[in-house]
Write a protein that binds this ligand. Sequence first.
Ligand SMILES: [Zn+2]
Ligand SMILES: [Zn+2]
Length: 72
Amino acid sequence: MSACEKCWRDAHMGPYVSVADEYARLIEERKDNPCTPEEQAGPDAFACPECGRRVLHQWTKEHMGPCEVANG
Ligand SMILES: [Zn+2]
Ligand SMILES: [Zn+2]
């Protein structure tokens, strides 16, 4: 599972906060209301050729969330 880019950026709380610890806390805090696949994939995400959404993670190119082609 690729890291959530949004939570990772949000975890940078300053020099006295461990990014890894804060990231883990944010994921736990948001687990009932997680970030969208687009947010998780990051601002430099790649577009999926199947569904056309920018949900391929910017580093790992993992497809974040299900690949659903909108119909209707
Ligand atoms: Zn997130
Ligand atoms: Zn897709």
